[in-house]
Design a protein around this ligand. Structure first.
Ligand code: GLC
Length: 732
């Protein structure tokens, strides 16, 4: 038998890689689906629900606002989701969704990620994570909001993959042209498409579905002073005293974990805070509100009342054997309430009520991803399947029944914040609650404000706070901020001044820093820095009527407070690329200095003319200008044609309603709106609000009352144009 000569032709072909075989794994899907359509505030919407064979039912959403007017979904018998979507179930707990990405398509939104505004080109891990090292390599942070906006040529399509289970979003990584989402879940999903429509309409529809933030109490929009920790009554009083003595407007002093006894929630360390309620009362008389922190972990200690009561109610998350899950947090080994359960949220509210009765005005929810020091890795970012339900550390009570924690993890934080929100609503039904949360899921905005977690006193983190907060707004969460001055490491005078120059525009405005770091109060860097910060904080207070009107606009339309330039300039190609500047509402463009030892920066202006906030001639739009910003500057510009209501600064917002108010008119013709309410209650929802339409032309201001439900406070009004101020009477 002869040996065949080698076939060189075939061998040569073999080294040239053949086109890859169809790599797509088989689709195992045999479950149920439902396709529906709706028109949500003029935006076409399609929703596809899918659940695996054997699932008890279609997964219940934790994101949708039960009060949403968008409940008119019509079933579709035949048809497809559209938008080029293909999807399949690849394994018992792995679902893949794919759609081609056009070359010039941008990927916006997706909640809190340490990334620029366009999330394209990277893989993101949507899984609530306590990662204190915010770097370019961080795949996930504290909040997970699986809502992306695909934008192209001024038209946008939103995709909301509603599931709090782990999700890996590959947005054209390695220059690829495919959006690929891998969802690790046994519950299934709801995928909603919104659009195509202009970007503001898509965000409007998304927030119509998932809810909007109500107008916050005015005091919560003022300056908040925090630190880990003001650990004794004396320290808290001293900080408050210094703030007033140095005339630094401030509304809130925030108290971190050291007020508790051994870090046990709902306790107060009597040695360090012997007269807690009296301290709060005294501070209140001086115009301060006190916000205290709460962590979800309850110290495992049978002699302690909270733990005992939680155990009696079987409120804690349990493993498959019925044993409470124990994770180490500040208090040591601790148990974690199952906030998915309504009865547990109600119990938590009953416990927290004691704090409110002592005078605490707002609740700060921390560590609620949830975080546990001895569980650094809840699930590897490379995971391709979920562990068995019984191996997910613990089970939680989803509406469908006991469910592995990882399946519903991303909603833990929002549900904890919801417990605080419900409590404040219950105790003071007519007051606007203030709740702050570190973790959150889509719809979080209904339960208060968020901040970006443990950032660092670096210029890089100052810079990144802009695209991060813009993305939060596009993801439905307007009331957000970052720790001003940075949390970790030491700030210095230059950094803190630059940070306040930006921070006065954060919807949530709080100076906070970590234990062991250099003091970061506004006076901690010497006289010159203190002077600049005082002036900047005063500008924040001057802008509060405008900021409140932005919250009113958000509640009506879903528009964020901080907006990328292209929100107002969709056709502008240059504006598309910019994420180191933003619009603060429709009328103010902010372009801060974001690097050390810089005095000047290039600022891009979309069409129109813009007046420097600090005065001077307007700059023409459609081009860049090189602008100098000293340490005493407000790095902002007001659009020509704006009437900005500016209130005289006061030490705190209680005094603001009587302070003089000036309508500053920019340009020869301008228009605006102005409103007044009590800043504290829900009275405005019952018509206890006054509103005026304003027009400025030929040197004169004309105001027309639209509603007169809120009585005059006795404040004086002025009109200002080109530096000249005259008094003005608002018609009533
Ligand atoms: C977490 C919070 C931080 C807080 C600290 C102590 O790191 O993110 O803001 O100060 O815990 O409670």
């Amino acid at each position: 038998m002869g040996i065949d000569p080698p076939d060189w032709t075939r061998a040569r072909q073999a080294v040239v890689p053949a086109a890859p075989p169809e790599a797509r794994p088989k689709d195992l899907f045999r479950g149920g689906t439902r396709l529906e359509t709706a028109i949500i505030q003029g935006v076409p919407a399609t929703r596809l629900a899918g659940w695996p064979r054997g699932a008890r039912r279609e997964p219940v959403s934790f994101a949708l606002d039960p009060a949403s007017p968008a409940s008119q979904w019509k079933p579709v018998r035949r048809g497809s989701f559209g938008d080029g979507l293909v999807w399949r179930q690849e394994a018992e707990s792995r679902w893949v969704f794919e759609r081609p990405l056009a070359e010039d398509e941008r990927c916006l939104g997706l909640g809190e990620l340490y990334r620029g505004l366009d999330r394209r080109g990277k893989t993101h891990w949507l899984f609530t994570t306590d990662d204190p090292h915010h770097t370019e390599s961080s795949p996930a942070l504290y909040q997970a909001i699986p809502f992306v906006i695909l934008e192209r040529g001024g038209l946008a399509v939103g995709w909301f993959l509603d599931s709090p289970a782990p999700q890996r979003w590959d947005l054209g990584t390695d220059l690829g042209a495919t959006l690929r989402i891998t969802l690790l879940s046994r519950r299934g999903f709801q995928l909603t498409r919104l659009g195509p429509a202009p970007l503001p309409a898509v965000v409007g529809a998304f927030t119509c579905l998932t809810g909007r933030t109500e107008l916050p109490p005015r005091w919560s929009l003022g300056h908040q002073q925090s630190r880990w920790s003001y650990a004794t009554e004396r320290e808290v009083r001293q900080v408050a005293r210094e703030l007033r003595r140095r005339r630094i407007p401030t509304d809130t002093v925030v108290i971190d974990i050291d007020y508790m006894e051994d870090y046990q929630v709902f306790t107060i360390d009597q040695a360090r805070f012997p007269r807690f309620a009296r301290m709060i009362g005294d501070l209140r008389r001086d115009g301060f509100r006190v916000v205290t922190i709460l962590d979800p972990g309850v110290k495992r200690d049978d002699t302690a009342f909270v733990h005992r009561r939680g155990r009696e109610r079987r409120a804690f998350c349990r493993d498959a054997k019925g044993e409470p899950f124990v994770g180490r947090v500040w208090a040591g080994p601790s148990c974690f309430p199952d906030f998915l359960r309504e009865d547990v949220r109600a119990w938590w509210g009953e416990e927290a009520e004691a704090l409110v009765r002592l005078g605490v005005a707002g609740i700060w929810n921390d560590m609620n991803e949830p975080s546990a020091f001895d569980v650094p890795d809840w699930l590897a970012t490379t995971a391709t399947e979920l562990p068995r339900e019984t191996d997910q550390r613990f089970l939680q009570e989803a509406p469908e029944g006991p469910t592995g924690h990882l399946e519903v993890r991303s909603v833990y934080g929002s549900q904890m914040a919801r417990a605080a929100w419900d409590l404040l609503r219950r105790v003071s039904p007519d007051e606007r609650p203030f709740v702050l949360s570190r973790s959150g899921y889509a719809g979080m905005q209904r339960f208060g404000a968020v901040w970006l977690g443990d950032n660092t006193s670096w210029f890089e983190h100052l810079r990144m706070s802009i695209p991060m907060l813009l993305s939060m707004g596009l993801s439905g969460v307007p009331f957000a901020g970052a720790d001003v001055g940075g949390f970790g490491h030491d700030a210095d005078g230059e950094l803190i001044v630059r940070w306040y120059q930006l921070g006065i525009f954060y919807p949530f405005f709080r100076n906070h820093c970590a234990m062991g770091q250099r003091a970061q109060e506004p006076w901690a860097f010497g006289e010159a820095v203190e002077r600049h910060l005082r002036r900047l904080i005063e500008v924040r207070y001057r802008l509060l009527p405008y900021l409140e009107s932005l919250f009113v606009e958000h509640a009506a339309t879903g528009a964020p407070i901080l907006r990328p330039l292209f929100w107002h300039a969709p056709e502008d190609r240059e504006a598309r690329e910019i994420d180191d500047q933003f619009f603060f509402g429709p009328d103010i463009l902010v372009a801060p200095i974001l690097e050390r030892a810089r005095r000047r920066r290039s600022v891009y202006f979309p069409a129109g003319r813009y007046f420097p906030f600090d005065g001077g001639p307007p700059l023409g739009g459609g081009r860049r200008h090189s602008v100098e910003f000293g340490y005493d500057a407000v790095p902002a510009f007001v659009r020509e044609g704006t009437i900005l209501p500016l209130v005289d600064p006061a030490p705190h917002t209680d005094d603001l309603s009587r302070a003089d108010l000036t309508f500053r008119c920019y340009g020869g013709r301008a228009r605006g709106r102005y409103r007044e309410d009590d800043g504290l209650t829900l009275g405005y929802q019952r018509g206890e609000v006054s509103e005026w339409e304003l027009r400025f032309a030929r040197g004169a201001l004309c105001a027309v009352a639209r509603q007169l439900g809120f009585p005059a406070t006795g404040r004086r009004y002025f009109v200002e144009h080109e530096g000249e101020r005259t008094s003005f009477t608002l018609p009533r």
